[in-house]
Design a protein around this ligand. Sequence first.
Ligand SMILES: [Zn+2]
Length: 112
Amino acid sequence: MGNLFFFLFIIILALQIYILNSNKPASFKRRNFPRSMYAIGGLIFLNMVLERASIGTYFILIPVGLIIYFSIKNTKFCDWCGYRIDLSLPFRRKGLCPRCGSDIDEKRDYFS
Ligand SMILES: [Zn+2]
C-alpha cells in the first residue's frame, strides 16, 4: 500500500509540475493547479484511512490543509503570458509579472 501511495504521489507531483510550467493559458493553470493540490491532500487523507492511522495522526491534516490553502492563495498566474507568480516571495515588483511586466490583479481569488 505504501508503495502505491508513493507512486500516485509522484504522478500527481509530476502533473503539477507540468501544469505550472506548460505553455497553457493562465485560465487552464488556475483551474488545474488547485485541483492538483486537492488531489495531494486527498491522497494523504486516503492513505491515512487505508493505513488505519491512529486518531492523533490525523492532526497532520491541519498543517497539510494550511499549506494547500496558502499555496493556492499565494499562487497567481499572469493573464498575458501564463507565468506563475508566488506572492509569498520577497523582492517582488508588486502588481507586475516578473516575466513580461504586465499588470497582475493580486486581489483576485481563484478558489472556484
Ligand atoms: Zn506575464
